[in-house]
Write a protein that binds this ligand. Structure first.
Ligand code: OFO
Length: 170
């Protein structure tokens, strides 16, 4: 069974993951408006992964006899700007989520909850991957600047991202 403090911080994390899904969906719509179908696809796939992140926490709380407590999800920002500005915002958001996951890990140490510490390691690795994926796109965008042809090719590349359900491997 998890402690009240762990239950609370995991519920907060569910909210952050679902907010991330909202944010990526809003960005996906923004890219659609710009005619960038590949960028729109990439962020839409990411939104689905964020829902998985939320659901893995949801299921874990239940498995540990805790109470799932869903909270209101904030409205995401809709002022996004240029493609590079959007990806810089995404990177800042993922760093915020990484900090949040690190706080969950610290809390498990404080509460001597080794099972949740083990569980949250999956999220720690996932955040490393997420930051790296976003950084990869930012580097490509920086390399080509505002060149329309390069943006067109990158859009085609990002159109190839496919959704694979994320699950927590024990
Ligand atoms: Fe769930 O990792 Fe992004 O926000």
């Amino acid at each position: 069974m998890i402690s009240e403090k762990i239950e609370n911080i995991l519920n907060e994390q569910i909210n952050k993951e679902f907010y991330s899904a909202y944010l990526y969906l809003a960005i996906s719509a923004h890219f659609d408006e710009m005619g960038l179908k590949g960028f729109s696809n990439w962020t839409r796939v990411q939104a689905r992964e964020e829902v998985d992140h939320g659901m893995i926490l949801f299921d874990y709380i239940i498995e540990r006899q805790g109470k799932v407590n869903l909270r209101q999800i904030d409205t995401p920002d809709t002022q996004f700007g240029s493609v590079i500005e959007v990806f810089e915002k995404i990177f800042a958001h993922e760093k915020y989520v990484t900090d949040s996951i690190n706080c969950v890990a610290n809390m498990t140490d404080e509460e001597c909850d080794l099972a949740t510490r083990y569980f949250i390691n999956w999220y720690i690795s996932e955040q490393v991957e997420e930051e790296a994926n976003v950084d990869d796109v930012i580097k490509k965008l920086k390399m080509f600047g505002d060149e329309k042809a390069a943006l067109y090719h990158l859009d085609k590349e990002l159109a190839g991202r496919t959704y694979k359900p994320h699950s927590y491997e024990k």
